[in-house]
Write a protein that binds this ligand. Sequence first.
Ligand SMILES: Cc1cc2nc3c(=O)[nH]c(=O)nc-3n(C[C@H](O)[C@H](O)[C@H](O)COP(=O)(O)OP(=O)(O)OC[C@H]3O[C@@H](n4cnc5c(N)ncnc54)[C@H](O)[C@@H]3O)c2cc1C
Length: 77
Amino acid sequence: MAQQMKTPKYSSYDIVIVGGAIMGASTAWFLSNDKDFDGKVLVVDRDPTYKNSSTMHTNSCMRQQFSTELNVKISVV
Ligand SMILES: Cc1cc2nc3c(=O)[nH]c(=O)nc-3n(C[C@H](O)[C@H](O)[C@H](O)COP(=O)(O)OP(=O)(O)OC[C@H]3O[C@@H](n4cnc5c(N)ncnc54)[C@H](O)[C@@H]3O)c2cc1C
């Protein structure tokens, strides 16, 4: 499982992901769980609190757009 640390555990990595919010973290997670990948992954972020990332500001809403005739009509300007 991912650990938060100031000094990387290893001296080299196969993949370095810059930005550990939703995209970086999910990329690292999927890579780490890919049975065909056995490399080392490092996630680097300048802000370990993530407080300024978009991820911290989103409502995490998921919408299905353009799925019905009414949705299409109300999205046309
Ligand atoms: C107010 C708001 C509401 C939103 N609502 C929704 C919603 O309802 N539904 C939806 O699907 N999406 C929504 N979004 C969009 C969604 O939040 C973003 O698309 C998503 O969070 C982007 O994730 P990310 O990991 O790409 O970027 P971010 O979350 O921005 O993360 C980028 C990370 O990279 C780090 N970083 C950047 N540059 C460097 C560097 N040079 N060195 C080291 N680290 C660096 C930052 O510190 C940050 O942690 C919303 C966005 C905002 C701002």
